[in-house]
Design a protein around this ligand. Structure first.
Ligand code: WT7
Length: 568
């Protein structure tokens, strides 16, 4: 039996053989099995006591939310977005949306108004669940530009033109029958960034829960009785697949922390909550390492059975630090928004290979390839000699099924029965995969993918900016730092005041997590003869690396650098 079929046997399916729904597998079936009293979610915040939500309560509240959506005329295939911190309402809305047969799209609450607008519009979001503060700043001013947005539910206050969470929930029944759900029923949209154009809305189906279940068992060893802490924000795929769905499906208790990162607090959470399984990211690990071992050694992590990492390259030093200081090496895992679940990992029961992402899971066929021939929208591949692009044979249950309204972009990442990941890797003779870099210009900062175009288009909205190029520069803590290069319009003085003004404008539109940390003025940007900015050349020049193939460079636009200082 395949690993996927084995996982299917551990899941229930909807009563009456009506298919498989993520929320039923995550919540209701535990209640049906008599485990409704188990704690599903434990909310922590910087101030105040922990707040527990049991599986039964989550089942009833998400039924209410599903009924509330139904009352609003929202159902099968409609997109419901959240723009919330890590509060109980987010998790209730997530499960209720899936129970209603609607499609869940979680947005990162720290996004500025521009990334939020782009995603709401592109996702055809019909209902948004958010707070009054978020609504006033990011939604109200541009609601006219969002014709698909029919209802906004505010969890804290009621403002004109919105509905109140409390009222919606109070009026709704806590009984709900989940509609028949087929393996291809749409469940989730996760936005992710590419090199070109607007962000891509990767679409996932209910069948993905089979991969969530299988990987949560095989890689994270999650089960009832575990206290699991996934530090990723639910505005990103890790925070949904492993921050919401997988631990619930496996009947574990999730610790959810809404506080800000602070090393001492994080160590206290690991200790006080008796965390058994911890899933975090290299940027956080590096920040803990920076805070010094003495601080860590003041706590004990005796309950910790497994520590795992995802999202960026994890170096051998960080693995060893985990072993020395936490008593557990970090198990690196690799996957993407598009894969929906872990594909490559250092498995829990085998020695860790420090510095390697891991080996493909059972059920996953990986290959190292080069793209060759064929037009861009129909690439072909051949095996790579040693290093090349990581490709995955199609067919795992959590594979994305499309990019919203972008069929051509979807087709362009498949060749000869493989999904092309855009990551460059090396496979060694023992089958371990080593991350080399991205094949494209996408930036990875603090574990988050940032599309250069999304940042550049905001910079171009500044009246003084003529051209903009955005790249990632190596940073010892966050992996890559977003840096922008701009040329200014004729007659404008490229001075420090202007630099600060552009930075501030970018930050308020994009949010601090996406905005450039630094801007340098250039007299011109390197371009191809067809006028495309050569970000790779800009990066190579900035870092003093070989400039590579310059055959398409338009020499009429030489680069001159002016000084810039880094903004903290
Ligand atoms: C990209 C996917 C799926 C969770 C992360 C967010 C990079 C991911 C690793 C790793 C080196 C990694 C890749 C990948 N990445 N895991 N273990 N080592 N790089 O998903 O935002 O879609 O980002 O993150 O470049 O393509 P995402």
């Amino acid at each position: 039996m395949s690993v996927w079929d084995l996982a299917r046997t551990r899941l229930d399916g909807l009563p009456g053989g009506e298919g498989r729904n993520i929320a039923f597998e995550a919540v209701d079936r535990h209640v049906a099995h008599g485990n409704g009293d188990r704690i599903a979610l434990r909310f922590l915040s910087s101030e105040g006591a922990a707040r527990d939500v049991r599986y039964r309560t989550l089942a009833l509240d998400s039924n209410r939310f599903a009924n509330g959506l139904d009352a609003l005329g929202v159902g099968s295939g409609d997109v419901v977005a959240t723009l919330l911190g890590r509060v109980p309402e987010l998790y209730i809305a997530a499960m209720g949306t899936l129970k209603a047969g609607a499609v869940l799209c979680t947005l990162f609450a720290a996004f500025g108004p521009e990334p939020v607008r782009v995603r709401l519009a592109k996702g055809h979001v019909k209902v948004l669940v958010t707070t009054a503060r978020q609504y006033r700043r990011k939604i109200e001013p541009l609601r006219r530009e969002l014709p698909d947005l029919k209802a906004v539910i505010l969890i804290d206050e009621a403002l004109p033109g919105t509905c109140s969470w409390q009222r919606l929930m109070a009026a709704a029944s806590d009984r709900w029958r989940i509609p028949a759900t087929s393996p291809d029923s749409l469940a989730l949209i996760h936005f992710t960034s590419g090199t070109t154009g607007t962000p891509k809305g990767a679409v996932h189906v209910h069948e993905a829960v089979v991969a969530h279940e299988a990987t949560a068992a095989a890689v994270l060893t999650l089960g009832p009785g575990d206290l699991f802490w996934c530090t990723a924000d639910p505005g990103w795929v890790t925070g949904v697949s492993y921050g919401i769905i997988a631990p619930l499906v496996r009947g574990a208790t999730s610790v959810i922390d809404d506080g800000v990162f602070e090393p001492e607090r994080w160590y206290r959470i690991l200790h006080d909550q008796s965390v058994t399984i911890w899933y975090t990211a290299p940027t956080a690990i590096r920040m803990l390492m920076k805070a010094g071992d003495a601080l860590a050694r003041r706590h004990d992590f005796r309950t910790l059975r497994l520590a795992a990492s995802v999202g960026e390259p994890l170096d051998a030093g960080a693995v060893a630090w985990g072993e020395a200081v936490l008593g557990r090496p970090f198990h690196d895992t690799w996957w993407q928004t598009e894969t929906g679940a872990i594909m490559i990992a250092n498995l829990p029961d085998a020695p860790v290979c420090p510095g390697a992402m891991g080996r493909p899971l059972a059920g996953i066929e990986a290959a190292v390839v080069e793209r060759c021939g064929g037009p861009e929208e129909a690439p072909r591949i051949e095996p790579a000699a040693e290093a090349g692009e990581l490709a995955l044979k199609v067919g795992w249950p959590s594979m994305f099924r499309g990019y919203v309204d972008d069929e051509a972009r979807y087709r362009a990442v498949f060749a000869d029965g493989y999904y092309l990941t855009g990551d460059r890797v090396r496979r060694d003779e023992d089958g371990w995969y080593w991350f080399l870099g991205r094949a494209d210009d996408v930036i990875k900062s603090a574990g988050r993918l940032i599309g250069p175009i999304e940042v550049e288009s905001v910079l171009l909205q500044h009246p003084a900016v003529a051209e903009a190029a955005v790249i990632g520069l190596p940073d010892p803590t966050v992996g890559e730092m977003v840096k922008a290069y701009v040329t200014v319009k004729d007659g404008i003085a490229a001075d420090e005041a202007l630099r600060r003004d552009i930075l501030a404008a970018a930050r308020s539109r994009l949010g601090a997590a996406t905005a450039p940390r630094d801007i340098a003025f250039h007299a011109a940007l390197p371009k191809t003869r067809s006028g495309k900015i050569m970000r790779r050349l800009l990066r190579a020049r900035e870092l003093g690396l070989p400039e590579g193939d310059l055959s398409t460079l338009d020499e009429s636009t030489p680069v001159t650098t002016s000084d810039s200082t880094t903004e903290d």
